[in-house]
Ligand binder design. Structure first.
Ligand SMILES: *Cc1c(COP(=O)(O)O)cnc(C)c1O
Length: 411
């Protein structure tokens, strides 16, 4: 397919690019761990990065490679590596690229496990500055001589802050820093981080891209914008390659290969099939999220609603300018007279569950669960009240969802 197709045509037909195996429409699930070569010299050339091919299932296989290419197309990047989970993608990539004594600047508004991971990095001698990334000036003020990378999420969990994505991209370009954007909350259907000059993009494929809560996975995409010849931590082994490949090769070898958090081929198949309907699901789920946000904003039993689609959200204008829709995640703070556990129990359609980006609407009391380990002080600094409920909105019929909220809030 020569000319550039739209998002849906691209995602739907990506498995047929090249020569389809046996003419099948879905890329087959290849469970083989090992790959046989008729000519032993070819095997050696694959190991030496002189020839494309598969060496061992931990690093790649044809099913995994097909999903990697699909993700690369969705993100309009240069190349991707997929991992067993989103956390594996973030952790393995950063450990592949950073060394003791390096410094990174990270948004303070982070997915809880990413926050926990970064505190482990601090124990290992990698400095992390947590800043309010909704304004580029906080990021700029934190940059030091040993800063290698800036990490942000597009829409943060659970308070839905929107990072100053474009200005941070300009800053990273000017200061020659790797700009690593977690696009999970928006996905490439709502936002393309490459348009904000991201160097690396991560997606938890477990969330909206897979979309059905039946497979874990994560990805890292190199957009091709960062010049890896200027990056101090590239190992000499990879410098015989085309410089465009240095970063992604180091991530694949030092990250995926050495830490070994590989994606299972069966999971890759589930994620790939799920991704076929990404735009359809998100259009519906984001419309539902908007309707619930507006309903809750008017309801006297709800004290606060956090959703970038509402005009009083601090970064509403930015979200409107950058994102196709405002996402599937919203959080509400209930009035004191409503107990958050009782409220969740009264909801009939909405399931009490920690997941995000499912087809079903899910709700969770965040201070008591996913942000419990963080402690009251850090929660307060992130604006997380004890009564806060995070909702991940699904694709149910809008009127059924609104009726469910109406009855559960009527006390
Ligand atoms: C879920 C999530 C992750 C981690 O993904 P897993 O696949 O669950 O490991 C990372 N970042 C964000 C923003 C997430 O929501």
């Amino acid at each position: 397919m020569a000319n550039k197709k739209g998002f849906n045509s691209t995602v739907l037909h990506s498995d047929r690019e090249g020569k389809p195996e046996h003419g099948v429409l879905h890329k087959p699930i290849h469970p083989s761990v090992a790959f046989a070569y008729e000519d032993a010299r070819e095997l050696a050339e694959v190991f030496q990065n002189k020839r494309k091919g598969f060496a061992y299932g931990r690093q790649n296989n044809p099913t995994i490679e097909a999903l990697s290419q699909k993700v690369t197309k969705l993100e309009e990047g240069m190349a991707s590596v997929v991992f067993g989970t989103g956390m594996a993608a973030i952790g393995s990539t950063l450990l592949a690229l950073l060394r003791q004594g390096d410094h990174i600047v990270s948004s303070a508004f982070l997915f809880g496990n990413t926050n926990s991971l970064f505190s482990t990095f601090q124990e290992l001698g990698i400095e992390v500055s947590f800043v309010d990334a909704t304004d580029v000036k906080h990021v700029e003020a934190a940059i030091k001589d040993n800063t290698r990378l800036v990490f942000v999420e597009t829409i943060a969990n659970p308070v839905t802050q929107v990072a100053d994505l474009v200005a941070i991209g300009d800053l990273c370009e000017a200061r020659n820093l790797v700009y690593f954007v977690d696009n999970t909350m928006t996905s490439p259907w709502l936002f393309k981080p490459v348009t904000a000059k991201a160097s690396l993009i991560t997606n938890s494929l477990t969330k909206t891209i897979g979309g059905h809560g039946n497979a874990l996975g994560g990805s890292v995409t190199d957009t091709g914008l960062y010049d890896w010849t200027t990056y101090p931590n590239i190992y000499d082994n990879y410098k015989n390659l085309d410089p465009a490949q240095w970063g992604i090769t180091q991530i694949r070898k030092k990250g995926l290969r050495d830490f070994g958090a590989s994606l299972a081929p069966e999971a890759a198949h589930h994620i790939s099939v799920g991704s076929d309907t990404l735009s359809l699901r998100l259009d519906k789920a984001c419309a539902n999220a908007m309707a619930i946000a507006e309903f809750c904003a008017r309801h006297p039993s709800v004290r606060k609603v956090f959703y970038p689609g509402l005009p009083d959200h601090p970064q509403h204008a930015r979200a409107k300018q950058l994102f196709r829709h405002f996402g599937v995640l919203l959080s509400i703070e209930l009035d004191d007279k409503v107990d958050c556990f009782d409220f969740l129990n009264r909801l009939e359609l909405v399931v009490s569950s920690s997941h995000l980006g499912d087809n079903r609407t899910l709700g969770i009391p965040v201070a008591h669960t996913i942000y419990f380990e963080m402690g009251a002080e850090r929660r307060a600094s992130m604006g997380i009240a004890d009564s806060m409920i995070r909702l991940s909105v699904g694709i149910e019929d809008t009127e059924d969802l609104l009726a469910d909220f109406e009855q559960a809030l009527a006390v």
